[in-house]
Design a binder for this molecule. Sequence first.
Ligand code: A2P
Length: 315
Amino acid sequence: MKTYTLRSNAQVPALGLGTWKAAKGEVYKAIRDAIKIGYRHIDCAAVYGNEEEIGQAFADAFEAGDVKREDLWITSKLWNTQHKKENVIPALKKTLADLQLDYLDLYLIHWPIAMVPNPSMPFTAESFVSLEEIPIAETWEQMEEAHRQGLAKHIGVSNFSVKKLKDLLSYAKVKPFFNQVESHPLLQQKELLAFCKSEDIVMTAYSPLGSKDRPNIKENEPDMMSNEAVVSTAKEVGATPAQVLLAWAVNRGTTVIPKSVNPERLKQNLEAAAIDLSSAQMEIIGKLDLHHRFIDGTFWAVKDGPYTLANLWDE
Ligand code: A2P
């Protein structure tokens, strides 16, 4: 497995397993299977609602001798309702308890969005708290405290624009190690990737396959796996279209976290990290950018609320 060496000298495997949408009742087996076939990087989040089951899988994998804790890279994320300073460390401790771990390799601020503790569904303006009221700086200070206490060996953010990263870098005592964002050939985020690289921040690509199993999928969404350039590249290298999407992500220097709960696809995805694409193949896929977001953030942009798509993505 290709790895990236971080500022801390730690190494992160380029391809990890995503667990968003991995349902209770199936995620345990997916984690056990994944570890057995060689996955060493697992991406979790409190809001996915499955950390307890994942924690049991970790505990059983350690117990069975499938892997040692120090050989796994485990990420989790702080949910929007926990941004206030007194909530950050308790939220992280809850995640650690659920995952049956005493430290995370990486803890991320999940979104640059703050919410009240128990927002009603569907969200209204009252569900949200502005970043003037709970600034990212307040949350970040506690992320740094979690890092200082060794609860999270690395800290970072998710869904941050260049503008928000620059703002964070202006006061951070511990620079973020990662920015996890949606990225794939239709949303390449070239400027963001270049900025992250220049600041020694690793960009992690989520929804690399288009997250077709998510709720509220729109009609007529583009399908990357049947894209002509992707399909022809797949034929050239003797791989599947999904593997080409993942290989492309690794070849351009991002970490990538495809989700699967299917043993065959888990294996296929893991193997994709070893596929080298030629510069000509990278270039052809590089031309597919449409700046198309599958996860467009509209769920945060409610009427009269503090968040809009413009102030979320800064574009
Ligand atoms: P499954 O879990 O049944 O394998 P993303 O990582 O972009 O969120 O996409 C996840 C979706 O893609 C899930 O529906 C997952 O289904 C599916 N998927 C994962 N790996 C592959 C693959 N190699 N080929 C086709 N579909 C895949």
